[in-house]
Ligand binder design. Sequence first.
Ligand code: NAD
Length: 248
Amino acid sequence: MNTMTGMAAIVTGGASGIGLATARRLATAGAGVAVLDVDPDGVTAPLHGIKCDVANRESVQVAVATAAETLGGIDIVVNNAGIGAAGSVEDNDDAEWARVLDINVTGMARVSAAALTHLRRSTHPTIVNVCSIAATAGLPQRALYSASKGAVLALTRAMAADHVDDGIRVNCVTPGTVDTPWVGRLLDRADDPAAERAALQARQPMGRLVSADEVAEAIAYLASPAAGSTTGTTLPVDGGMHGLRVRR
Ligand code: NAD
C-alpha cells in the first residue's frame, strides 16, 4: 500500500471532489501532499492546504515554492483544478472564454512550469492532468468546456514529448460524469434534479456516475512508479462512455 513513501505531491483544486479524493489517496499511499486551492480552509491533516489561484502566475509560483519547501521537494503534480461552462458558441462571451481557458488550460501549464525545477531533481517525476470525456465525446451544450479539455489532452501529449528526456512522465485521466460537489451544483440548478441525475446516469453505459475515489485510483496508478513506462497517454474512467455504444 505504501508505494509512495518519501514522495511529495501537489494537487491543484484538491479541496473538493476528485482533487480531494486524489490527495487523500496519495497520502494513504505514503506521499506528503499539498493541496493548492483557491479555497483551502477546509483542508485537514495530513494534507497541507495552500492558497493558490491557478489563474494567477504569481500566486502559482509562491504556492509551488511553499509546497516544495513544506514537503522537501515535488515528485508528483496533479493538475486537477478546473471550472465548468455550459452552452453552445452562441452562449459564452469573450470574457467567459478567456476565464475558462485561463483556469482549465493555462493554469495547468503555469503550475507545471513552476514545478519543473523540483521535478527535475526527483527520481520518479510525473505529472497527471485531469481531462474529461468532453475532450473527445462531442457533448451537446458544452462548447467552451469541451474546447478547454481538448486542449488539456493536446497539452498532455506535448508536455510528455518535451520532458521525456528529463524522465518526467506526463499523462491524463478522462473521467465521465463524476459524483462530486460540481455535479451536485449542476443538479441544484436543474428544474427537476432527479430527472437530470437519471439523464446523466443514462448517458454512461454502466448506468451510474463514476465515483471520485475511482478517478483518484486511476490518478494514483499513473503517478506511481508502477506506471514507469506510461507517458503521453490517457486513462479513461468513464463508465464505458468512450468505448461502448450501449443505450439506456
Ligand atoms: P469540484 O468543483 O468539486 O472541485 C474543484 C476544486 O477546484 C474546488 O476545490 C475549487 O475551489 C478548485 N478551484 C476552482 N478554481 C480554481 C482556481 N482558479 N485555482 C485553484 N483551485 C481552483 O470539481 P470536480 O468535479 O472535483 O472537478 C475537478 C476536475 O475534474 C476539473 O478539472 C473538472 O473539469 C474535471 N472533471 C470533472 C468531472 C465531473 O463530472 N465532476 C468530469 C470530468 C472531469
